[in-house]
Design a protein around this ligand. Structure first.
Ligand SMILES: Nc1ncnc2c1ncn2[C@@H]1O[C@H](COP(=O)(O)OP(=O)(O)O)[C@@H](O)[C@H]1O
Ligand SMILES: [Mg+2]
Length: 391
């Protein structure tokens, strides 16, 4: 049954069309309204599937009714009703721009009107459809986290790997770590995993699909999937082979397959990094307080990130290897970066080195260590920013 609201300029003035609705067994007129205000109020209250909106209504006119009703009841199909075919042609564009889905006139054949309504109602996506739910529920949308940093050697890859492992423990099978032009395949080392292909090898294929990409992922015992980095000797060729269309497709495939996509990505493989950052929910910028050049470089990196199109709240400044003995303080960093520090990861050389030597990330081998707890807290903060209802 299709529920229809009918608005009239004068009582009975659209009887020719209303009669067709009354006779059609699958249509039900659920309300009749007189002026524009009443029409919007009734659409907003009843959410009929269809509303016939007279172009000229007392008070708020029909097109303004459409603009308000399409906001207040987006699921209602609005059909503007004018007097003549000439008027129909004149008003069509503006009606469509005002949120109407169709325009008819008082002389439109009843059968044509019924067919038009059926077609429009059929095109409304079914809200109980699985694909609709997946596409529109923000709590089910994938979260992309890019971890970057102005300088090497500050613990970026260590943090990224441990963060990805923490997420993988919380969301088993749903997290992939992508070593994006990593140096010397660092993530493989940290996880003690050998990979079967990598981000560069996949550029040999014309088309990427889920099966192909999955066949190249390594699976860690924590449940984390890894797309391995390019080893040092092939790093140079990587810059040419990793094209924007390739990276765009790759990210598309990963978004369909995983809830969390974590990139370890250098900031300056232009224009790829900027592209990946724009498709990321969080851009974690890792820095250190150990030397002036880190602070300066981080300031310059943040200026370029925030001076572009990226919303500031998506950029998360994280201090790595923080130590009471650092020559610079958080305040100096915040001043240079013109951005608040989001989290701090303590310096823990002994924990970091033994994790590297054993190939077991410290969040697994030393879960109670301060550095592991700090990574857990960072994961908490990032996941708390996910839309409500996320599981
Ligand atoms: N929180 C930490 N405390 C102490 N040492 C760390 C920490 N994180 C990383 N390291 C060490 O710093 C070095 C560089 O780490 P890595 O993660 O490869 O940095 P990047 O990716 O920034 O080059 C490694 O020797 C690593 O063990
Ligand atoms: Mg690294």
């Amino acid at each position: 049954m299709t529920t229809v609201l009918v608005s009239e300029n004068q009582p009975g003035d659209i009887d020719s069309l209303a009669a067709a609705l009354t006779e059609a067994p699958e249509m039900q007129i659920v309300a009749i309204t007189r002026d524009g205000l009443e029409t919007v109020q009734t659409i907003a209250g009843l959410h009929p599937q269809v509303a016939l909106v007279r172009a000229q209504l007392p008070g708020i006119d029909g097109l303004e009714v459409c603009r308000m009703a399409s906001l207040a009841s987006p699921q209602t199909v609005l059909i503007v009703v004018v007097d003549s075919a000439e008027e129909e042609a004149e008003i069509r564009d503006e009606a469509m721009q005002s949120g109407a889905r169709s325009v008819v006139n008082l002389r439109t054949e009843p059968a044509t009107l019924l067919r038009r309504i059926e077609e429009l109602v059929r095109r409304i996506p079914r809200q109980d459809d699985e694909e609709y739910a997946l596409a529109t529920d923000p709590s089910r949308a994938p979260v992309t986290i890019s971890v970057t940093g102005a300088k090497g050697g500050i613990g970026k890859t260590t943090l990224t790997t441990n963060l990805a492992v923490v997420l993988a423990q919380r969301y088993p099978g749903q997290v992939v770590l992508v070593d994006f032009v990593g140096h010397y395949g660092d993530t493989n080392l940290l996880l003690d995993l050998s990979t079967n292909g990598d981000i560069l090898e996949l550029t040999d294929y014309d088309e990427l699909d889920s099966e192909l990409v999955r066949s190249r992922l390594a699976r860690h015992s924590s449940g984390l999937h890894l797309l391995g980095g390019v080893d040092g000797s092939r790093n140079l060729s990587a810059s040419g082979a990793l094209t924007l269309p390739y990276v765009a497709n790759m990210l598309g495939v990963l978004r369909r397959e995983f809830r969390f996509i974590v990139f370890d990505i250098p900031p300056l493989v232009h224009p790829l990094s900027n592209y990946v950052f724009l498709r990321s929910n969080h851009i974690v910028v890792v820095t250190s307080l150990a030397d002036l050049s880190s602070i300066r470089n981080t300031g310059a990196l943040l200026a370029s990130l925030l001076g572009g199109q990226l919303p500031a709240e998506r950029v998360k400044l994280v201090v790595s290897r923080a130590d009471g003995q650092d020559p610079f303080g958080v305040q100096e960093l915040e001043q240079a970066a013109k951005h608040k520090v989001y989290a701090q990861i303590p310096n823990a050389p002994e924990v970091a080195v033994s994790a590297l030597n054993s190939g077991v990330p410290f969040v697994l081998s030393r879960p109670t260590a301060a550095v592991s707890q700090a990574v857990e807290r960072l994961a908490d903060m990032l996941t708390q920013e996910m839309p409500k209802g996320a599981k």
